[in-house]
Ligand binder design. Sequence first.
Ligand code: CTP
Length: 401
Amino acid sequence: MDLTGREIVLGVTGGIAAYKSAEIVSRLRHLGANVHVIMTKNATEFVSPLTFQTLSANQVVTDTFAAPEYWNVEHVALAKLAEVFVIAPATANILAKMANGIADDMLSTTVLATKAPILTAPAMNTGMWTAEATEQNVKTLKERGVLMIGPESGILACGDEGAGRMSEPEAIVEEICRILKRKQDFAGKKLLVTAGATRERLDPVRFITNDSSGKMGFAIAEAARDRGAEVTVIRGSVTAEIPAGIRMIPVESAQDLYDAMMKEAPGQDIIIQAAAVSDYRPAEQKDKKIKKVNGGNLMLELTENPDVAKAIGEKKKPGQILVGFAAETDNVEKNAQSKLKKKNLDMIVANDVTKPGAGFNVDTNIAALITADGIVEQPLQTKRQLAEKILDKILEIRNRI
Ligand code: CTP
């Protein structure tokens, strides 16, 4: 990838892996990037600033002689300049400072001020990496959207074996390229995704639900986040890992989903309904556990739930794009076409959940993207790849409106 003219700030903290960061600078320079290095005082004990200065061909910022006034100018300038802010190696100390907003030296001050994507490459002793305090800090940072690569497992400088080694410079540079390459074609757009399964309560300990894991909805939310959208997810019950940096509204039943959607939908540009919504709920919800009656059958009476997608379709705002999903087991395209019309959708993503590699609880999917214009078949691919295709198609529809 050609990085000519791209501005990258690299923070180097005090770990033995600091010497490896010299290779990150030289690889980035080789690709044409302009690299600005900030070293903590401890980092300068491991590697001389002159190394980074020579490799980056830029003045290295250190705290050694920096007066606070100097920080004020420099930290704002570099924070604004950065297109990606990388910290490699990132010690337990810098992660702790970042998680808590501590700004007591040049690097922590600058990283606090930046709006650029932040990529950290942690490196530390296994005991420090697995310490509860570090785990908490890492969780906090990830929730705020701070990106992390590694650490890898192996023999560490201290002789211990386990997780804590900084990722290889080559992998870090690849990750930087990936971040810089990200399309920002959803910037300024508000996008709502529904994900997961609804739960319809029978009594305090039982409910009716389905196999939806939330994976497809989350893959769309992550892809849209990475392409610059302001994303909200309304999620039912999920088994997939909840993605970081995304506003989440948890709901339980189809009625809860309906209520949340009525509130959130009007302000959205794009709504993608990947949740598997129960069409029926128990007619009666007992507030005490239903007891067994020996010898007889138990009859359950179910009553119809609101069709959320249909209701949203009826209230569709001008210019709003509505996308639905259809999980089918037979007559996939015909059923999906009729749902497209019935629910006033712009697109329906239809999948045959009986095919291996498609449907619930797997990382892949096979689908057909159905619009008023026709059908585009999507062969077996990861849910993230399919998510990108769905977003591409949404932009096509938008350009036509
Ligand atoms: N959907 C919804 N509310 C419901 C049922 C479904 O909003 N009560 C939405 C789903 O989120 C999905 C789309 O409608 O985006 C299609 O869901 P699906 O279950 O396939 O369609 P149904 O209309 O329920 O038809 P059927 O179950 O008969 O196939």
